[in-house]
Design a protein around this ligand. Structure first.
Ligand code: SF4
Length: 504
């Protein structure tokens, strides 16, 4: 059964990319199984701060009879004459929207204020504003305009509570929303027809599937050499290739212009599963061993926690370091700054002490650590020479893999979480409480914000250390496999990529 004959904002937004995604989200809403993004901890904290700009405002989530809908509560608050309504909900014109703040003007007309947690104005926000405009007009709300309340990226934390008047910027989206309105209404009508279909609409799979909630159903069953799994690279559109009938990577003819990464992927498809660039042995020379393997974990908070920090700035609080010596012996050390103080100074000093007086290359995955070291140099000029020397020793394994190796099981993705299980299948994150960077940053943030017992802090720090240690161990293993590949060891009898055992 369909929830109603209207689309909410999320269904509309997903439908911009794929009508099938809108169709599925619409049904999930009917079943009550759709994941809600409201209540997300970071967004809720920003929302709480934003609400302070409207003293006397009322929140539909917190006020009104329990058996009333958010829409009914909105109407009751309008009738009561309150100056501002938080999360005001309207359904009209074939859609429903939740307005973050509905602000009453002196003349009685309302301004709809959308709260943005993304740092840049983009089509997502403009179309959200246009859909809001459409619904509020259809609901006969006397509307003065549509505004955007956004985090001011130039804000730097000062001592004391954050002033919401300074932390947020506000701008009008009224004209942009009005300009986008005709195309938004046209798309809304089309999507309403599509989600009303009793059967799933047929859609071509392609690059638009990359960030969809339904890839497990639509894309995972496709073969590893499906053309949509080509790595990202400037050049011809992968979707165009699929539309022309080149369903598998090996189908793309030599006459097609193709970049080096995709050419390597096509070669891997034609050879079986793996393609290794002949220049790999030469490129590996810069990576040791002996070598260090380094990984940082950072706190990323829209509301900056420490003095001088900016919104969404990455604040490093933990490093993990493996070392392989000339005989292949492996050792590990790490540092995690307990929550409470600004971790950056201690982080930087301990890293310099651990690694600063050696000369070996430091293997990282991506330029993430390099950027963090640059930021630390900017904050602590007295440490900058030592930090820059460390930075100069970084060698990027991601670049090496991207430019020299492709296995079909990468599925077009070169992240460590994607290539690790392929190149180092013996090393997994199973059994760890923390398995990814986002969970790590949330775990650390939760220790700062809340009253947490000493035991819980110790347990969380232990989990964080184990996670980061596993990341650097993965670097060691991937590096060793690459050395094997450079020596021509490509497969075991079972057809798996050979993986040497790490000596602990
Ligand atoms: S995975 Fe692709 S085809 Fe499937 S719903 Fe998502 S975008 Fe549409």
């Amino acid at each position: 059964m369909l929830p109603d004959d209207v689309l909410d904002w999320w269904e509309y937004h997903e439908g911009r990319r794929c009508v099938l995604a809108a169709w599925k989200h619409h049904r999930q809403r009917a079943e009550g199984s759709r994941t809600s993004f409201d209540g997300h901890d970071q967004r809720e904290r920003v929302r709480g701060l934003a609400h302070l700009r409207w003293p006397g405002g009322h929140d539909t989530w917190q006020e009104g009879p329990l058996d009333s809908t958010l829409e009914q509560r909105t109407q009751q608050l309008i009738a009561q004459g309150v100056p501002a309504i938080f999360r005001a909900v309207f359904t009209a014109g074939g859609s429903s929207v939740s307005v973050d703040v509905l602000e009453r003007g002196r003349d009685g007309a309302w301004t709809a204020v959308l709260l943005a947690t993304r740092l840049q104005l983009d089509e997502f926000l403009i179309e959200q504003a246009a859909l809001t405009l459409h619904v509020l007009r259809a609901a006969n709300v006397a509307l003065a305009g549509i505004h955007l309340l956004h985090v001011d990226v130039k804000y730097a934390r000062v001592p004391g509570p954050i002033d919401p008047q300074v932390f947020f910027g506000r701008r009008s989206l009224t004209i942009r929303a009005a300009r986008a309105l005709p195309r938004v209404v046209t798309r809304l009508e089309h999507l309403k027809d599509m989600v009303a279909l009793p059967r799933m609409p047929e859609v071509a799979k392609g690059t638009h599937c990359g960030c969809c909630a339904f890839t497990a159903q639509c894309v995972d069953p496709l073969p590893a050499d499906w053309t949509g799994h080509f790595p990202h690279e400037p050049g011809p559109s992968v979707d165009e290739w699929i539309a022309r009938g080149f369903e598998r990577m090996g189908d793309v003819p030599e006459s097609e212009p193709i970049g080096p990464k995709r050419a390597r992927a096509r070669l891997a498809a034609r050879q079986g599963h793996l393609a290794v660039d002949p220049a790999l042995p030469e490129a590996l020379k810069a990576f040791g061993p002996p070598a260090f393997y380094l990984d940082f974990e950072c706190l990323v908070s829209l509301i900056p926690v420490f003095e001088g920090a900016r919104p969404a700035q990455h604040i490093p609080f933990q490093w993990s370091l493996h070392h392989v010596d000339g005989e292949g012996r492996l050792t590990h050390i790490d540092e995690i700054v307990p929550p409470g103080e600004d971790p950056r100074r201690r982080f930087a000093e301990s890293l310099i002490e651990a690694v600063g007086s050696y000369w070996e290359p430091i293997v990282v995955y991506s330029d993430y650590e390099s950027w963090r070291l640059q930021q630390l140099s900017d904050v602590f000029p007295d440490l900058a020479p030592a930090l820059q020397r460390i930075r100069g020793r970084l060698v990027d394994l991601l670049e090496l893999v991207r430019d020299h190796v492709y296995d079909l099981n990468f599925l077009g993705n070169y992240s460590l979480k994607a290539i690790g299980p392929v190149l180092a299948p013996g090393l997994t994150y199973k059994g760890l409480s923390i398995k990814d960077g986002l969970t790590a940053t949330r775990a650390y943030a939760s220790l700062i914000d809340a009253q947490v017992s000493e035991d819980d802090v110790a347990s969380a720090l232990h989990d964080l250390r184990r996670y980061s240690e596993r990341n650097t161990l993965a670097l060691v293993d991937v590096h060793r496999t690459l050395m094997n590949l450079a020596n021509g060891v490509t497969t075991t009898p079972e057809g798996e990529v050979a993986w040497p055992t790490v000596q602990g």
